[in-house]
Design a protein around this ligand. Structure first.
Ligand code: ATP
Ligand code: MG
Length: 235
């Protein structure tokens, strides 16, 4: 598999008064094109910081973040923003949809952000939302809204999707449907997926699992095979 992202010696230190917090403490790993990587770790271990630094949302203190060889830490703010817009998709625990628009329109807004664009109707269908296409998003359940936000993020055909606790606000049944949607997008579009969770069961749907604690990577585990999201022991 081809290397997509190489993280080298990444450090993020926050200073609150005189006390430094080493949110990322010399982190090294590689993400390969097309894989699903799950980042697991207790609260405060640095998962969100890692995702935000890797994606350029937050400025790392030092280190290298190479996308196909280009260090995004060395890009100007303008070029970094453009890089993010063209190549990266985001899903959070909250759905951040445009409440006054319908499903189709929300996904269309996502497509307008990037230069590549996937077919909107196909995405809505893949996410199982065809019957809801013309509904206002405020009329949908949490799981349905999260699938709209996945379709919206995929609409610009990002190389990588960063998902921070995508099922954090969902119950088991709905959470599994949302994870299935992410896996299907990975299989259909070959989108690389990086999924943060504190649910160890979710680690089983990935190709590899990165375990964090206190700002460090404590283990990188390769799963023998991915399990279907419906078979996750939810805990
Ligand atoms: N903006 C900030 N300013 C100061 N310290 C921060 C900031 N953001 C995060 N931290 C600290 O960095 C450490 C890592 O936080 P981070 O949010 O990355 O953890 P996390 O693994 O995502 O936790 P959770 O599972 O609760 O979301 C924590 O000690 C946190 O308090
Ligand atoms: Mg977090």
């Amino acid at each position: 598999m081809e290397k997509l992202i190489e993280i080298k010696n990444l450090v993020k230190t926050y200073h609150l008064g005189n006390i430094p917090t080493h949110a990322l403490d010399h982190v090294d790993f590689t993400i390969y094109q097309g894989e699903i990587v799950v980042i697991l770790g207790p609260s405060g271990s640095g998962k969100t910081t890692l995702l935000n630094c890797m994606s350029g949302l937050d400025q790392a203190t030092s280190g290298e973040i190479l996308y196909e060889g280009t260090d995004i830490l060395k890009l100007s703010d303008h070029r970094k923003t453009k890089f993010r817009k063209d190549n990266l998709g985001f899903i959070f625990q909250t759905y951040n949809l445009l409440e006054h628009l319908n499903v189709y329109e929300n996904v269309l807004v996502g497509a307008k952000l990037g230069k590549n664009k996937n077919k909107i109707d196909e995405l809505i269908d893949t996410m199982g939302l065809t019957i809801h296409k013309n509904k206002n998003v405020a009329e949908l359940s949490g799981g349905e809204q999260q699938r709209v936000s996945i379709a919206r993020a995929l609409a610009k055909n990002p190389k990588v999707m960063f998902c921070d606790e995508p099922t954090g606000a969902l119950d088991e049944k709905t959470g599994k449907v949302v994870l299935k949607a992410l896996v299907e997008a990975n299989e259909l579009l070959n989108t690389t997926m990086i999924i943060i969770t504190h649910n160890p069961g979710i680690a089983l749907i990935g190709d590899r699992v990165i375990r964090m604690n206190s700002g460090k990577i404590v283990e990188i585990h390769k799963n023998e095979k991915r399990i279907d999201p419906k078979d996750i022991p939810w805990g």
